[in-house]
Each structure stands twice: as C-alpha cells, then as structure tokens.
Design a protein around this ligand. Sequence first.
Ligand SMILES: Nc1ncnc2c1ncn2[C@@H]1O[C@H](COP(=O)(O)OP(=O)(O)OP(=O)(O)O)[C@@H](O)[C@H]1O
Length: 272
Amino acid sequence: MIEVRDLYKSFNGRDYVLKDINIRVNPGEFVVVLGPSGAGKSTLLRCLNYLSPPTAGEILIHGERCHGQRKAARRALRKRIAMVFQHHNLIGRLSVIKNVLVGRMAGIPLWSCLLQVFRRHDVDIALAAIDEVGMAEKAYARADSLSGGEQQRVGIARALAQQPDLILADEPVASLDPKNSRETLAYLRSVCQKKRIAVLCNLHQIDYAMEYATRIIGLSGGSIVFDGPPEKMNVSVIESIYPGIEDDNVAKLVIRMSGEIRRQKSQVAQVG
Ligand SMILES: Nc1ncnc2c1ncn2[C@@H]1O[C@H](COP(=O)(O)OP(=O)(O)OP(=O)(O)O)[C@@H](O)[C@H]1O
C-alpha cells in the first residue's frame, strides 16, 4: 500500500503548487488523476518518486517512510516505483528486450549493462513482461521499427520488469490515437490488477478516466477536490475539478458514463 500524508510542494519558496495532499493507493488499484493544465499532476508524480522532493509531508510504501531515509535505503524504496512516460523514452536502435532490460538496470551489475550481457534470470523477467503486454513476437525487433502504441506497450513492459509496487504514468496516451490509447490503458490496468501493482496515472481525457480507473482523483489548483469511484463523477464534481468549464457535451458524457458504470456494477453485484 502506498500512502501520501500531508504533502506540500513549492518551488524556490514560492506559493505552494501542491497543498495538503493525502492519498492511499492499494495494490492493484488503478487511480487516474484528472485536472486542468497547471493543476499539479506532473509535480505530484515527480514528488512521489523524489525526482522533485516534497517540501513537506511523507510518502510511505508498505508502511516504510521514504523521507529521512539514508541514501541507500531511499534508493531501495525508489526501485519499488516505476515510471511510464508520455513519449515512452525508448532507445530506438536497441531491441525491445534490451529496452525492457533497462527496467532491471538497478539490479544489474554495471559491467553487464555496458557489455549488454544479461543474466538468464533478468532475461526471463524481461521476456515475461514483454509477453504480458502482448509483444512476445516483437521481443527482438528494433524499438524504432514499432508503432507508437507498440512502443508504449514496451514502455509498460519496462516498468513491469522493474517488479515495482507502484507505477506512475504521466499522460501515457497523450501521443496515441483513440484505438491505441484504449489498448494501452487496458493493458496497463489488467496487468497491474493481475500483479497487484498500484497505478497512479495522469490523464487529460475524462472519458478514458471513467472507462479505465477504479478510482479518480480530481486535482485543481494544487488541492484534491474529488477522490472517489468513477460512477460518483457528476456535473458538480467536473465543475470543481475544471472551474468555469460549462460544457454541455462534457456534462452529458459524464452523466451517461456514470449511469452506465452504476448499471454494470449493479448487474455484477446481482450475478455475484
Ligand atoms: N520546476 C519548476 N519550477 C517552478 N515551477 C514549476 C516547476 N514545475 C512545475 N512548476 C509549476 O507548478 C505548477 C503545476 O505544474 P504541473 O506541470 O505539475 O501541472 P500539470 O497539472 O501536470 O499540467 P499539465 O497537464 O499541463 O501537464 C505550474 O504552475 C507550474 O508552472
């Protein structure tokens, strides 16, 4: 379980861009963070993996504090958090499997990385991760020969190969078309549910958030203004996340999708 307690962030002593952030994410939960540009979504993810340390507050992974730890202990905790980037950040001239082995780099000796000679154990983990995202047939293809959607699936495999407790995904479908976006989010959700990995994923698309999230966090002006399941989204929640939005199409979409999700959940409950 990942817990964020009373987190604040300011840059160079200026106003807080994140205020009073309290979040708990359980294993296997797929939490989507929604919010307008500048709300603090990327800063939140960067605070969580200490790329940009919080100004105040603490982060706990399975009850262990990241803050105040000695360097080695903090590095060990950081290994339990993997990233999926908007532009996948693959090395184009390397094969899929070598890109995925980068996800295991923290546990691989330096000589092995430099010579690109990897232990069987690491190769097996990388191949299993590639298989999980449906890319087994392309394990030895060059990364730059893949489509954008395939490259993002390799980005997910690289994160999985790290065997993390938490995956942070910063707008992972921003550069993909709708079909590939859905496929990528579906893989990310299903494989993480299966492996009990928690996911915190920043998105700009309300419809994808409602379709794939098990829980949505709404961030506005650096504060959490909503935290609940997608079927609890309604017009006033949308207005609190996106002040002044007044968009009939968005309102209709949210009403329709929350109704559908409620119906699906009640059918599942009846069958159960
Ligand atoms: N390194 C930095 N130095 C100073 N201010 C920063 C820095 N990084 C982010 N900010 C500020 O923090 C606020 C939140 O930015 P952030 O990028 O987290 O928003 P966001 O919700 O991810 O936006 P977007 O959806 O457009 O990516 C913004 O006002 C931004 O200018």
